[in-house]
Write a new protein. Structure first.
Length: 361
């Protein structure tokens, strides 16, 4: 651990759009041990940290943490030289030594031209020296090589500090299709102002990501999740059991337009609205959005928080416009989220229920 008793360079990977939330959590969690340096690019936060890097595992709003080492070389081929190669291996061994033997079994190197002869050889050299297998897919030992930003004669090697991304929660034993990214869920429940007295409702609860993240932050007086899919609820039950939270949640198989709860009964609402990619028609998805927003309006106490995520920005804002007297839009947060071979651009809406209720709409 002596290697980590000095200030080292790290880079924190986050969902694009959540950088400020990650910075806040870094400072709150790691306090005097960390210095935020800046944002080298969208979805990345550069920091200096002194101490056990396993402390990064406490972070809930980030995707991954990477150790960064710079090499003064003109091109990646020079990293294969004996001295640089030994320095690189020592760097990787410091990370592997943080975990029990056998934790890492595969290695992958990401880089522009990762299939070139230089990077293929580099991957094979690392694998051979450490007794790992190479792969082009997800790997326990994830490395990246890139030019150092702003420097023409320096290259950087980044080594992920854990065998899995931080968003791969241990409780996720049922990986339901289209499950919400756990880091996004963490930010959403934080915006919903969690407290031990909160009555919390999750519309379109899916596989329980938002509810589990909510209970990881603080206990609640009541947590209810509703979804019309029995398969989703079965998956939610499995994940809740794995997280140890099953007894703290009420799961309801039903329509979000008819939640079996009294009016003005919740003060924290969240929803992962269906994006419409698998819905039969725009008429159907508009009906779903309309019913969900109407029911949220009925159920919310004055000044309740409602935090929703949707990729159907125009539709959501169109339906929300029908309730402009009932909801104040506190903030809209645009995101960029990996999806299949590209990205999607959902938005988080942080709404607050107005103190004056409009009855008999």
């Amino acid at each position: 651990m002596s290697f980590f008793r000095q200030w080292r360079d790290y880079e924190i990977e986050v969902v694009v759009g959540l950088e400020e939330f990650a910075e806040h959590e870094l400072k709150a969690t790691l306090a005097e041990s960390i210095k935020v340096v800046g944002r080298p690019t969208a979805g990345r936060v550069s920091v200096k940290f002194c101490g056990d890097p396993r402390r990064f595992e406490r972070l809930r709003s980030v995707t991954a943490a990477h150790l960064v080492c710079s090499f003064h070389v003109p091109r990646p081929r020079a990293l294969l030289g004996h001295q640089n190669q030994q320095s690189l291996l020592r760097l990787v061994k410091q990370v592997l030594a943080l975990y029990a033997d056998g934790t890492f079994s595969t290695v992958r190197i990401s880089a522009a031209g990762a299939d070139s002869r230089v990077f293929v050889r580099m991957k094979e050299e690392v694998a051979g020296a450490l007794g790992l297998s190479t792969t082009d897919g997800p790997a326990h030992l994830q490395m990246a090589v890139r030019p150092r930003p702003g420097e023409s004669q320096d290259w950087q090697v980044l080594v992920r500090l854990a065998p899995r991304p931080a968003t791969a929660r241990k409780w996720r034993v049922c990986d339901y299709p289209r499950a919400l990214n756990a880091a996004i869920a963490n930010v959403m429940v934080g915006l919903a102002r969690p407290s031990p007295d909160q009555r919390f409702l999750n519309l379109f609860c899916g596989s329980a990501t938002l509810m589990i993240e909510r209970l990881e932050v603080a206990p609640a007086r009541l947590v209810v999740g509703i979804d019309r899919s029995p398969k989703a609820l079965a998956c939610a039950a499995d994940n809740l059991r794995a997280s140890g939270r099953y007894q703290s949640v009420h799961l309801v198989n039903g329509d979000v337009g008819a939640v079996p709860m009294p009016s003005s009964s919740v003060d924290g609402l969240v929803a992962d609205f269906p994006y419409g990619m698998l819905v039969d028609s725009n008429v159907e998805i508009e009906r779903v959005y309309t019913e969900a927003l109407g029911e949220a309006t009925r159920l919310a106490l004055p000044r309740a928080s409602f935090v929703a995520i949707t990729a159907r920005k125009k539709l959501f804002e169109s339906v929300l416009g029908r309730y402009q007297k009932e909801w104040e839009c506190v903030r809209v947060i645009p995101l960029q989220v990996p999806f299949r071979s590209g990205y999607i651009n959902p938005h988080i809406y942080h709404l607050r229920r107005t103190p004056f209720r409009i009855e008999n709409r």
